[in-house]
Design a protein around this ligand. Structure first.
Ligand code: NAD
Length: 353
């Protein structure tokens, strides 16, 4: 077999520092030579931020964070960065907080140290997102890739179990979709397979012992591998679908990923035998779909878009919006019929087969 591909490795430091976020973060900030740090953390993340910032030269704490980064929030944060003469950004929180730091970095070029407290993975990608009205615009820019990531699993023990499950399945979606996304390569596939294995080990332990570090560490490690794969492979069909659903109907990000994922896997697995084999090994199951479904059941994961607030009447509009953005390279050719069937089943929470 010939192995030929091109892979771009992103330049970023990553520090895994269990129970040691404060020291690791101050070292990363010092490494940048920063003296006036703008800390970004949502109100729910403030206690964690105070723990992490003990030895950081903080110029300003900014907590005006909203999911999907509305343009007005980005403008306010950029103005605050300029006014405080910040020379670096420190984001402490979930994907929404990282997203706001990225929006500031996009126009100011300030370096980011990211301290994630969910499993969303935005910290390992150069992808930014901004929302205007109900249109979410995304782009790729090297300026928004954090210079350093500090992972401390102890910062995720306060994430409620339901949100931990949804966020962990958002990470699993990075693994699964990276198996066949437009720029997927053998390195992405290897990272995805190991990421899926770590998430499959970690998430049930998070549910069994949310305060324990072991499950949290595996899940965080899996989320990082997943995000690195996703950053290289790009958005496959699953991410295109969730992007449309999240943007148009204001559905919660991680939960939407958790619901849609088995349906996309059911569509693609018959025409992606290598992905099916690697994922079933990661899940320890006969088929990838069996493994994912068993995991979802074990985690009591969300199953229906209608439970997340989507209206049945919006399904035809969603199908029409998904068809033009579906990747032509998707393993199973995408048709109006199969997308309509997939969405209908995901909406009602029917089995994905
Ligand atoms: P989130 O950041 O909105 O967090 C969900 C809620 O949990 C928030 O209220 C937050 O304050 C709270 N929270 C976070 N960590 C906590 C903790 N440890 N303890 C208690 N509460 C905590 O949700 P998310 O799923 O992490 O991120 C979603 C956003 O990230 C979306 O906008 C999505 O588009 C974006 N995202 C971007 C990328 C990318 O590559 N650019 C990748 C994944 C997600």
């Amino acid at each position: 077999m010939t192995i030929g591909f091109t892979h771009e490795t992103l330049g970023q430091r990553v520090v895994f520092a269990p129970k040691d976020a404060a020291d690791a973060t101050s070292a990363e900030v010092a490494g940048l030579g920063a003296r006036r740090v703008m800390v970004i953390a949502a109100p729910a993340e403030r206690t964690l931020a105070d723990r992490v910032c003990a030895d950081v030269p903080v110029a300003l704490v900014h907590d005006d964070v909203r999911m999907h980064v509305p343009v007005e929030n980005a403008e306010r944060a950029r103005a605050a960065a300029a006014e405080s003469r910040a020379d670096a950004l420190l984001s402490i929180g979930g994907g929404s907080t990282t997203g706001l730091a990225k929006a500031v970095a996009l126009t100011t070029g300030l370096p980011i140290v990211a301290v994630p407290t969910t499993y969303a993975g935005s910290e390992a990608t150069p992808v930014w997102g901004l929302t205007s009205g109900n249109e979410k615009q995304t782009g790729v820019d090297p300026r928004v890739l954090p210079a350093s990531i500090v992972y401390d699993a102890a910062l995720t023990t306060s994430l409620p179990v339901e949100l931990s499950v949804a966020s962990g399945l958002n990470a699993m979606a990075h693994c699964v979709d990276s198996m066949w996304a437009p720029h997927s390569d053998p390195l992405d596939i290897a990272l995805s397979a190991e990421g899926a294995r770590a998430l499959t080990t970690g998430l049930p332990r998070v549910v069994a012992a949310p305060e324990g570090l072991e499950g949290r560490q595996d899940t965080l490690f899996g989320a990082y591998l997943a995000a690195v794969a996703f950053a290289s492979a790009g958005s496959g069909l699953h991410h295109k679908i969730c992007h449309v659903l999240g943007g148009r109907y204001d559905l919660p990000h991680a939960q939407t990923h958790a619901v849609v994922l088995p349906h996309v896997l059911a569509l693609n697995a018959p025409n992606a035998p290598d992905a099916d084999r690697r994922l079933s090994q990661a899940f320890g199951s006969d088929t990838a779909l069996d493994g994912l479904e068993a995991l979802q059941t074990q985690l009591d994961a969300p199953r229906a878009l209608r439970d997340l607030g989507m209206r049945r009447a919006d399904l035809p509009d969603a199908v029409a919006a998904i068809l033009p953005v579906a990747p032509p390279s998707n393993p199973t050719p995408v048709t109006e019929d199969n997308v309509a069937g997939l969405l209908q089943r995901a909406w009602e929470g029917a089995p994905p087969r």
